[in-house]
Design a protein around this ligand. Sequence first.
Ligand code: UT7
Length: 324
Amino acid sequence: MIKSVIKGVGSYLPEKVLTNDDISEFVDTSDEWIYGRTGIKQRHIAADNQLTSDLAYNASIRAIKDANISPSEIDLIILATSTPDQVFPSTAVKLQDKLKIKFGAAFDIHAVCSGFIYALSTADNFIKSGKYSKVLVVGSETYSRIIDWNDRSTCVLFGDGAGAFILEAINSNSEDYNEGIFDSVIRSDGEYRTKLFCDGGPSMSRDQLHFISMDGKEVYKHAVEKQTAIVEDLLKTSKIDIEDIDWFVPHQANLRILDATAKKLRLDKNKIIITVDQHANTSSASIPVAMDHAIQIGKIKRGDILLLEAFGAGFTWGAVLLKY
Ligand code: UT7
């Protein structure tokens, strides 16, 4: 039997910070409204010359360093993004080239805010198949490029960033075998695809600009409902009690969604990693960014049981249970 362990974690947020007060200088909003409704204080914005692959590279280098490996040992790259550099080739192969990796395979996964959970679950299953042994899993986004900066209902919610994990295969005879990913679950329901979307796909559009469009109340309702249900399912199938979880590392979209989900799950709020105030919703990057931050400040430690969960456009949602 083969399992995946998390050998390294890294993240990167662009230098430029845009505060709520900065935004209120060009749209009709306020720090009070944004913070009160979302828990967001600021977001990071990629420089004009920084692409999603650049953010991904910076986060990956940090994860590779943390894992104490060389890029040449990586045999698979899975990159989650809904803001790729180009229609093709994939952002993953650009990252592969930036890392000077000439071996293995690289591909993108598109599951919007659930992208990192989808990528992690896919990587875990590739590792369990025995075909790959060191996998770089990345979530990287430049949402500032698909935001309508005149639309106050969406422009306050998102930011740019990237995060990465290095997963490594271990065999059942390894002394680390009780660590790593226990189980994962991913779900989707395309019936809700019009509740949160961004046009601009080449099959539908020509070369006009397209921006995020969202039915905020519907997204909020389904996010709470579906994240609660999937966590309950995963805990049940894994035979783990909610009290056994040391830390919840949820997708960082909105503090009110996190609070409402915690309440429904009867979860101790002090066990939730919250970083949304610092970088807003960075879509597929938010979970590894939050996790890296919590490790850096000494909250998450080796041996802790973690539950990662996300919800996003599609709708898509999912969760991963692991021992760090
Ligand atoms: O990964 C999933 C990503 N999506 C999300 O996390 C979004 C989930 N949804 C939400 O968190 C909430 O629906 C929002 C925070 C987006 C909006 O909160 P809401 O309580 O649902 O507000 P609303 O859309 O019903 O708008 C209430 C009022 C409206 O004014 P009127 O019509 O009542 O006069 C909006 O025009 O708030 C107004 N409004 C704003 N006011 C100041 C909307 N955006 C803003 C703003 N600043 N930025």
